[in-house]
Design a protein around this ligand. Structure first.
Ligand code: GDP
Ligand code: MG
Length: 439
């Protein structure tokens, strides 16, 4: 998916504006990409139409090329479809909160039951897990073992009892114990069948859960849409847990589940261990689906923080090689405004690998540079060549800033080299970040 979208992006990169004609190729790529990521066809259609509408209506932002802008629109729409923000578990006004788990066999319901219980326990909440899968003795044992592992009690009545009755008594037991949440694990089937649906519906009618969570295996792909539709129509779900996202699935199911049911994905399972549960964040999922690091966050941040008229002025200065120490200082301050250098570098794909000490070094270097520039006179800042030719001036700056003369000489050397480089690089959507001495 990522590669495909990147293709679409590249196709737009050379263009200077998003238009009806140049966007068609890119939209086709988005459509193809989502289909190959197993997003349901109907969902894809609606999604692409919405992206097209937004892209054509988008204002041109200077400093951001149309390719970047298009990707951002795709990303924003993905986030929107997946629900904007994380929706927490329901909480009953009078405990216990009842959570009902539903889903096909093998999707990870029992595991997710224990994961949720552990998650809540970490929030200092108390749980009871209820085993209603009476069809496989191993299923009850599985929950008991998990319960021991995470120190959460399990309510079970063996394999002869009626699942609806177990669920009802389980909730009674939770009240008796005074726990605040009861999680009911249920039996799945390999395929949707009316026995399972009937049983789930009866359990639901009996215990009136605050949250009915559909557990969906992320590897289900295309099927996720039909599955979700059927469960939602027959049982009525209030949310979903997407499991097995630790595999190399593309996450297309997330889009389908949300779009088909209108219900939020609340958690994702990212491994077999009981700790491997995370709240679902639409932004993260969109980034994952696009697989572009956090490059979009960077575009967004840059857009917010840079004063665009400043950027344009700076660009023309760079082109004319008039870039001086005043501009340099300004760029350094912009960089600072955009958050710590470390945070910023982490957002750039490939730069995340910089170690903490590299980043700290860079930040120290920035501070040193700033203090040296502060010791320059107005005239010197505006005309860096004055410094190259005068050891006296360099000595004065070294003294004033508390650095050595060779530090000052290095700064000037690096600055001159950078200015020459900038001139060569010439244009480009965004201004080049200053080459930082020492990095
Ligand atoms: P159930 O039939 O729906 O109750 O499914 P189980 O909870 O028994 O899980 C079925 C299998 O999937 C087990 O082997 C689990 O360890 C595995 N599983 C569950 N959740 C995850 C997950 O998030 N990641 C991975 N890799 N495996 C999972
Ligand atoms: Mg199970």
């Amino acid at each position: 998916l990522a590669e495909r979208l990147e293709d679409a992006w590249k196709k737009l990169r050379g263009q200077d504006k998003i238009s009806q004609s140049n966007i068609q190729e890119a939209l086709k790529e988005v459509r193809r990409a989502l289909i190959s990521a197993d997003v349901n066809l109907q969902v894809v259609k609606g999604f692409v139409a919405e992206v097209e509408k937004k892209a054509l209506g988008a204002e041109v932002i200077s400093g951001v090329n149309p390719g970047q802008q298009f990707i951002k629109i795709v990303y924003d729409e993905l986030v929107k479809v997946m629900g904007e923000s994380n929706i927490p578990l329901a909480k009953a006004s009078t405990p216990p909160t009842v959570i009902l788990m539903a889903g096909l066999q093998g999707t990870g319901k029992t595991t997710a039951t224990a994961k949720l219980a552990l998650f809540l326990r970490k929030e200092k909440r108390t749980c009871l897990m209820v085993a209603t899968d009476v069809y496989r003795p191993a299923a009850i044992d599985q929950l008991i073992t998990l319960g021991q592992q995470i120190e959460v009690p399990v309510f079970e009545m063996g394999t002869d009892a009626d699942p609806v009755e177990i669920a009802r008594l389980g909730v009674e037991k939770a009240k008796e114990l005074g726990v605040d949440t009861v999680i009911i694990d249920t039996a799945g089937r390999l395929q949707i069948d009316q026995d399972m649906m009937g049983e789930l519906a009866r359990i639901k009618a009996t215990v009136k859960p605050d949250d009915t969570l559909l557990v969906v295996d992320a590897m289900t792909g295309q099927e996720a849409a039909t599955l979700t539709h059927t469960f939602h129509e027959q049982i009525g779900i209030t949310g979903a847990i997407l499991t097995k996202l630790d595999g190399d699935t593309r996450g297309g199911a997330a889009l389908s589940v949300r779009q088909v049911s209108g219900q939020p994905i609340k958690f994702v399972g990212v491994g077999e261990k009981v700790e491997a549960l995370q709240p679902f964040y639409p932004e993260r999922m969109a980034s994952r689906i696009l697989n572009m690091g956090d490059v979009l966050t960077l575009v967004e941040k840059a857009q917010e923080e840079l004063d665009l008229s400043d950027v344009e002025k700076m660009q023309s200065k760079i082109l004319q090689a008039q870039f001086d120490f005043n501009d340099f200082l300004k760029q350094m301050r912009l960089l600072k405004n955009m958050g710590s250098l470390g945070g910023l570098l982490k957002l750039i794909p490939g730069m995340g690998k910089l170690s903490g000490s590299d980043i700290a070094k860079g930040e120290t270097e920035l501070k040193r540079t700033e203090s040296m520039i502060n010791s320059m006179t107005k005239e010197e800042r505006a005309n860096p060549d004055l410094l190259a030719s005068s050891p006296g001036r360099r000595r004065r700056i070294a003294k004033g800033s508390g650095h050595s003369e060779s530090d000052v000489s290095n700064l000037i050397k690096n600055f001159t080299r950078m200015r020459a480089m900038m001139k060569q690089m010439g244009q480009g959507g965004m201004p080049a970040m200053p080459g930082m001495p020492g990095m």
